[in-house]
Design a protein around this ligand. Structure first.
Ligand code: ADP
Length: 289
């Protein structure tokens, strides 16, 4: 609505050209805004299509490696003309089993990522004791961790957190899987928990190949993968870290990485404390039990 400021009477016919001009300006800016919105919507659709195409091509490629292996070893075991010792047969079956795990992880990442994209990630927070949760994830992971050593370093009285344990397990799994994938034989992986004023900081440090500075802030982008430089193809979806970021951020935390090429990487994430006093009390009470 146009108003004549400071004058009681309304507009006169002589104001018409001015009003017309204002109306033109307003209509042009509305049109521009509509145009911008349409353009942004088209861009969003284009980006979604690009990601979808990328996803299909990456997964097709990444699934081919374990599948080829599974097919090769199972065909060999089924060959009537070949006789393998019990030991070799077991070795083949172990490879098949491991490659099935790789496929399972890829499919799991894919499903998780689509759940997140659809906005369906629902947290079910409950009291979580991080040190014991870390221990159990490491126990689960250790069969894949031949030749890697683990160190868990948490202060003695660590607060009980209000978090979704299944999702936090997922974050640890992704970080630990990466630490294993990119670590040398005999490497050490350290999981550390530190207590700050209003949050806890968790870190997972490895002595692996490291990450170049120009890649560090892209790690959490969907499908971003660095060519491993290990001289072998490392299977992965490029979805593990984006999923971890989403989970950590949904808890009100932050996630980031620090690294030096050839010297290892450390991934950090924070989780907020809801009520520090209450948590310490709960912790002490639990320890008394
Ligand atoms: P994926 O492991 O399936 O490729 P992620 O999203 O978990 O996907 O990781 C993205 C990329 O970040 C990896 O492909 C790898 O290049 C790099 N990366 C992640 N963790 C590490 C690590 N601990 N050491 C070296 N590089 C890493």
């Amino acid at each position: 609505m146009l108003e004549h400021i400071g004058q009681t009477e309304s507009f006169s016919p002589s104001d018409l050209p001015f009003c017309q001009h204002i109306a033109d300006l307003i209509s042009a800016s509305i049109e521009q805004a509509l145009h911008r919105e349409e353009h942004q919507a088209a861009q969003a659709i284009e980006e979604a299509n690009r990601l979808k195409a990328e996803l299909v091509s990456i997964l097709a490629h990444e699934m081919r490696t374990p599948l080829t292996s599974i097919k090769g070893y199972s065909t060999a075991l089924l060959m009537e003309e070949a006789v393998f010792s019990a030991e070799t047969q077991r070795e083949f079956l172990e490879i098949i089993d491991e490659e099935c795990d790789v496929l399972q992880d890829l499919i799991h990442d894919l499903l998780e990522s689509s759940i997140i994209d659809a906005g369906l990630l629902r947290l079910e927070p409950q009291p979580v004791r991080l040190p014991s949760l870390v221990r159990s994830v490491i126990e689960d992971t250790s069969h894949r961790a031949q030749g890697i050593r683990f160190l868990i370093d948490f202060p003695e009285s660590f607060p009980i957190l209000d978090a979704d344990p299944d999702r936090i397990v997922q974050v640890f799994r992704n970080l630990l899987d990466n630490a294993l994938k990119y670590s040398p034989q005999g490497g050490l992986v350290v999981v550390r928990g530190e207590l700050r004023e209003s949050e806890v900081v968790i870190s997972v440090a490895d002595q692996g190949i490291g990450i170049a500075p120009e890649h560090l802030n892209r790690l959490f982008d969907k499908f971003f993968r660095v060519k491993s430089g290990l001289g072998r193809h490392v299977v992965g979806s490029g979805l593990g870290l984006p999923i971890a970021r989403n989970i950590v951020e949904s808890h009100g935390g932050l996630i980031w990485a620090e690294s030096q090429v050839g010297r290892g990487s450390t991934f950090y994430f924070t989780l907020p404390l809801r009520n520090r006093k209450q948590e310490m009390i709960e912790d002490e009470r639990e320890q008394d039990d």
